[in-house]
Design a protein around this ligand. Structure first.
Ligand code: GUN
Ligand code: FE
Length: 442
């Protein structure tokens, strides 16, 4: 299969950060030529004249299992948000409701130019998420959410340690590397308050053995930190370090309540930070010290988190938000648009451990490509020098006109080739009715 993307403004994100007016030739799952492609017979041509051609956006922290709960947990802080709403709702999922929740999330993500996600699944029925992402065509790193400890409604989800570990390994064996390497497994302990020390130590061993990432939440909220200090006698990041979990295969969502000593630990161990600015504001958690992380060379990427914590899954909103929230604190020159766009592309690729394959548009890399229509009221005028600012501050999800992943066209002009929107919206609505009833929430 050969696809030609013709005559676009290509924002390469290569080492020289070149912006090239030209073509991209896709052969099977790869970019085979970029720039001036000589005439040849292709299966499909996409006219990108006057449009931006960008690397597929990478959201490094989402919860596809929570998409169904959008708008059902507003105006709460983290521990109440989890205990009163999210845990009962997640516990009420059946296989079908989880499948539709994940597909609903994928539809929104793909429509808005997100081509890859790092996802925290839920405790039960995780295969349904893998089935959904397999069908949707999105690039995926994630796994079953692991919980074997905790009070209150956490009990609706907690399992014994062995069951949680065994099921994680079974899912890894079944799904890791599937779909031409598009689906990959990560161990996903929920956060320290949901996990016994024994389980966290086993996760470290297994992740080393299988050489796969670990994804968890860390240091999002002040009460979470206090709880960890009470139960484990140390601050959160210090505790994770003492268990040997900090390394370049660890992706930590949030990292807001992190002191200087802990920042040093994250830096030295080359831990990846997944920054979720909208969620951090909405749950009143705080503002992560992202300019400090970037100055230290910590890899920072972006994510929307789950729909009930946001309530959008738009990378364009997160890019804009990540820049704006820092400026009143640090001054107007922090978080320049090019740096933000790097977090949304190469930063996410590094977090996934896929920087050799995705995150930039270069010959030999995977064809994860998004075309953006900038002939709109809010994107005019266009200047090559202002491309990054345009992408970070102005472009909206509806401006994405084509999403390609692994060399396959997933969405073109708002139409999906992998998903049936009417069927998914209907499946989501009827699933939610069952889940709400079971959870006893209206
Ligand atoms: N910490 C533990 N679980 C969660 C979750 O589902 N969402 C967020 N934002 N933080 C968490
Ligand atoms: Fe989260």
């Amino acid at each position: 299969m050969k696809i030609l993307i013709k005559d676009g403004i290509i924002v390469t994100m290569n080492a020289k950060r070149q912006i090239i007016q030209g073509d991209i030739l896709i052969e099977d799952d790869q970019i085979s030529q970029l720039g001036d492609v000589e005439f040849q017979q292709v299966d499909k041509t996409i006219d990108a004249r006057g449009k931006l051609v960008i690397p597929g956006l990478i959201q490094s922290h989402v919860h596809l299992c929570q998409t169904l709960f959008r708008g059902m947990a507003d105006d709460l802080q983290l521990l109440d948000w989890l205990n009163l709403r999210i845990w009962p709702l997640e516990a009420a999922h059946d296989e079908d409701s989880l499948y539709y929740s994940a597909l609903l999330g994928c539809g929104e993500l793909l429509r808005g130019g997100t081509t890859s996600v790092i996802d925290m699944g839920t405790v039960r029925h995780t295969s349904a998420i893998f089935e959904a992402v397999s069908r949707a065509g999105i690039r995926y790193l994630g796994g079953k959410c692991m919980m074997d400890h905790g009070n209150g409604n956490a009990a609706l989800l907690t399992e014994d340690t062995t069951t949680s570990l065994q099921e994680s390994v079974d899912l890894l064996e079944r799904w890791h590397g599937r779909e031409n390497g598009r689906l990959n497994y990560a161990f996903c302990p929920r956060f320290v308050p949901s996990c016994s020390e024994e389980m966290l130590l086993q996760v470290k061993q297994l992740a080393d053995e299988y050489q796969v990432p670990v994804h968890t939440h860390a240091s999002e909220n002040k009460d979470e930190i206090e709880l960890v200090i009470r139960e484990r006698g140390r601050r959160n990041i210090v505790y994770l370090n003492d268990l040997g979990l900090l390394n370049e295969r660890l992706i930590l969502a949030h990292c807001i309540q992190v002191d200087k000593a802990e920042q040093n630990l994250l830096t030295t161990a080359k831990v990846n930070v997944a920054h979720c600015p909208s969620c951090n504001l909405k749950l009143a958690s705080g503002i992560a010290p992202v300019p400090e992380y970037l100055k230290r060379g910590v890899n920072v990427s972006l994510g929307a988190d789950g729909a009930p914590a946001n309530n959008n899954l738009s990378m364009f909103i997160e890019m804009r938000m990540s820049a704006l929230i820092q400026k009143p604190i640090w001054g107007p020159t922090v978080m320049p648009a090019e740096e933000v766009f790097e977090m949304a592309t190469l930063g996410g690729a590094r977090a996934m451990g896929l920087q050799g394959q995705i995150g930039s548009l270069e010959e030999g890399k995977k064809a994860d490509i998004v075309v953006v229509d900038i002939n709109k009221w809010h994107t005019c005028p266009v200047s090559a020098a202002g491309v990054y600012a345009q992408l970070v501050y102005q472009v909206q999800t509806q401006d994405v006109c084509c999403t390609i992943i692994d060399g396959k066209i997933i969405m073109e002009k708002g139409e999906f080739l992998t998903l049936d929107q009417a069927d998914i919206l209907q499946g989501a609505e009827s699933s939610l009715q069952r889940v709400r009833q079971r959870a006893g929430l209206v």
